[in-house]
Structures are given as structure tokens and as C-alpha cells.
Design a protein around this ligand. Structure first.
Ligand code: ADP
Length: 198
């Protein structure tokens, strides 16, 4: 019967979990998280997160879009960073993009919740360490790296919520930057589970 009410989420969100609240209501945290659909390279924000590969020298998907928008300076800067392992995060500047900084992280190839959790945690820890206040995440690993979209979104939201519980005073804004319609559907349905409202 749920298909009648939520036809667009068939095969994307398990209906049994739709109305489940995974965390208590916390308006302070809610005020600092958002989903936004668009091109991450256009965001005027302290830092955007790149789903990079271990070389940090550019690739396809969002990585390609970020390197094109940033210009060759990003590649030159990244060449000095010694690469990046899966689950790590490295910091560079935004070059020609309106964001201040790029946080490059390398997601797992295929489904690996611990590695994906580490990407979100390491990015947020690094943001805090350098005292930046706002960050935009792309849907790490869900493109070329093939992580199932809904499971990846659950890891992203769970990890962010847990991190926010401890660190929300240090930051102002976390944006989940959505590119594909399928992820928009998933995030709009999962958000109320991880960041419920009254
Ligand atoms: P990965 O190799 O980690 O899977 P991809 O770049 O293939 O990385 O995909 C990660 C996510 O980034 C996907 O949801 C893809 O649709 C999205 N994406 C691609 N281009 C952009 C962009 N310009 N802005 C935001 N997200 C993007």
C-alpha cells in the first residue's frame, strides 16, 4: 500500500523505515543541516568535499567537475600532498571556485560502511581542526565507485548526526549537495529520520 502514497521511492527507500525516527528532535542541529540540489563547484561556502581518487590529481564525475572549475592550480597544489588513502581527507584551497577550500576524500570502491564513515568523519574533523564553519558534501562513492545510493546516504546522515551531537558548536552549516534525482528522493525521505522535527 505504501506504493500508493510514495510511488516515487519504489526501489530507493525501504518503506518500512520511512517513518522511523532514529534520533531525538534537536532543533539546534536541524538549523545547521540542509540538502541542496545543484553543482557543488558553484557553492559559496568554506569548504566543498571532493570524492577524489588516491592520486588527488583529478578524475571523472564530481572530481572532474571540481578540477575543471578550480583550474590547474588545484592539481598543482594537490601534487604536493602525497596522495590520499581510502577514508582519509586532505585539504587544499578553492582556486577559481567560490568556495574557500576543497576537502578531498577517497571513498571506498563498492559497499564498505566503515571506510565511508571514515570519509565523513575525517572531513568533518579536518574542517573543525582548521576552524572552518561550513561544508558541502557530495554523495561520496555513489557514482563511479558504485556504493548503493540509499545505504551510502544512511552512512552519510548517521555519521554526520553523531558528529554533530559532539561538535555542533564548532560549525555553522553542513550541506548535503545532491546531483541526481534518485539521491534527492532518498535524502528527502531519510532526513526526517536522522534530523526529525517536532
Ligand atoms: P565516486 O567515484 O566517489 O563514486 P563520482 O564523482 O562518480 O564519485 O560520484 C559521486 C557523486 O557526485 C554522484 O552522486 C555524482 O552524481 C555526483 N556529482 C557529479 N558531478 C557533480 C557536481 N558537479 N556537483 C555535485 N555532485 C556531483
Amino acid at each position: 500500500k505504501w506504493e500508493k502514497f510514495y510511488p516515487e521511492i519504489k526501489d530507493t527507500v525501504d518503506p518500512r523505515f520511512l517513518l522511523q525516527q532514529k534520533f531525538p528532535v534537536n532543533q539546534t542541529l536541524n538549523n545547521k543541516v540542509a540538502i541542496w540540489r545543484g553543482d557543488i563547484t558553484t557553492l559559496e561556502i568554506d569548504a566543498i568535499v571532493n570524492a577524489a581518487n588516491s592520486s588527488l590529481l583529478g578524475g571523472g564525475g564530481v572530481d572532474g567537475a571540481i578540477h575543471s572549475a578550480a583550474g590547474s592550480g588545484l592539481r598543482k597544489e594537490n601534487a604536493t600532498l602525497g596522495g590520499c588513502r581510502t577514508g582519509e581527507a586532505k585539504l587544499s584551497t578553492g582556486h577559481k571556485m567560490p568556495c574557500g577550500f576543497v576537502l578531498s576524500t577517497v571513498g571506498p570502491i563498492g559497499e564498505d560502511p566503515d571506510a565511508l564513515e571514515s570519509c565523513y568523519k575525517e572531513s568533518l574533523d579536518l574542517l573543525k581542526e582548521v576552524e572552518l564553519k561550513s561544508i558541502g558534501f557530495c554523495c561520496i562513492s555513489t557514482g563511479i565507485f558504485g556504493y548503493p545510493n540509499r545505504n551510502a546516504a544512511e552512512v552519510a546522515l548517521q555519521t554526520t548526526r553523531e558528529w554533530m551531537e559532539k561538535n555542533h558548536e564548532k560549525i555553522d552549516l553542513i550541506i548535503f549537495v545532491i546531483f541526481l534525482p534518485v539521491d534527492w528522493t532518498i535524502y528527502t525521505h531519510l532526513m526526517p529520520q536522522y534530523f526529525p522535527v517536532e
